[in-house]
Ligand binder design. Structure first.
Ligand SMILES: Cc1cc2nc3c(=O)[nH]c(=O)nc-3n(C[C@H](O)[C@H](O)[C@H](O)COP(=O)(O)O)c2cc1C
Length: 212
């Protein structure tokens, strides 16, 4: 690993431009694998990722992303999606893997009913909000793993849902959450916009009270 996590967190910038060199397959898998280890509600792992590396497909994806140049320049663009039907399809698999890892039968029995009880009543908007939460956590694991490995990254929400669907031929149950461009910086890095002070965004015990 090239960087400590704290260094990767503090030095990371949303990369403005990439050199386009291919990324070794093993490195890409290590980045993806970090995301797949993220926690998720009920461990349902409703995330799905489409990795775009070919020049042609990156060009099409760029056109679906308000013509953002970094989509085409990046070594790889990880398109992070959530599957609204994932929990239906994967409940048995999740429970089976859980049991293999020591999940108590009582927990499995409870999850078999509580997962559908919780998720089946969601409106489409509630499901999107739930997917956004789960998928962004995996996305962030990937982003930080890539940075720790010495890569540069750019998270992106500037894309058109329908157009990305079309380019990637996504199933209707998929919801595109974000694009993660990975590669190496070309040229000057972005300015550091800084962050609000902790006193501006963090409270202790209840709203409005400073953290001691
Ligand atoms: C979810 C998300 C979506 C973003 N979408 C875009 C985008 O579409 N295009 C872009 O140029 N930057 C995008 N950014 C980058 C932000 O503008 C950037 O992270 C922010 O200005 C802070 O800069 P820094 O990441 O370099 O500290 C996005 C960032 C996040 C977290």
């Amino acid at each position: 690993m090239e960087k400590k996590l704290i260094q990767a967190i503090k030095e990371r910038r949303a990369t403005p431009s990439f050199d386009g060199q291919p990324i070794p397959a093993d490195d890409l898998r290590m980045i993806l694998d970090a995301g797949l280890h993220a926690p998720s509600g009920y461990n349902m792992q409703p995330w799905r990722f489409v990795v775009v590396q070919s020049g042609e497909q990156k060009k099409r994806l760029r056109a679906a992303s308000y013509n953002q140049g970094k989509v085409e320049e990046a070594s790889a663009v990880i398109v992070a999606c959530g599957d609204a039907d994932g929990w239906r399809k994967d409940l048995d698999l999740m429970l089976q893997q859980g049991r293999e890892g020591g999940m108590p039968e009582s927990y499995a029995d409870q999850a078999r009913s509580s997962v559908p009880n919780y998720l089946s009543g969601f409106s489409s908007d509630q499901m999107k909000a739930w997917l956004n939460k789960q998928v962004m956590l995996a996305f962030t694991h990937m982003l930080l793993m890539a940075e720790v490995m010495g890569y540069d990254t750019a998270p992106m929400e500037g894309f058109e849902q329908d157009k990305v669907h079309e380019v990637l031929r996504l199933p209707l149950s998929y919801w595109v959450v974000g694009l993660l461009a990975v590669g190496h910086l070309k040229g000057e890095d972005k300015f550091d916009g800084g962050r609000f002070d902790m006193s501006h965004t963090v409270y202790g015990e209840e709203f409005g009270k400073p953290l001691k």
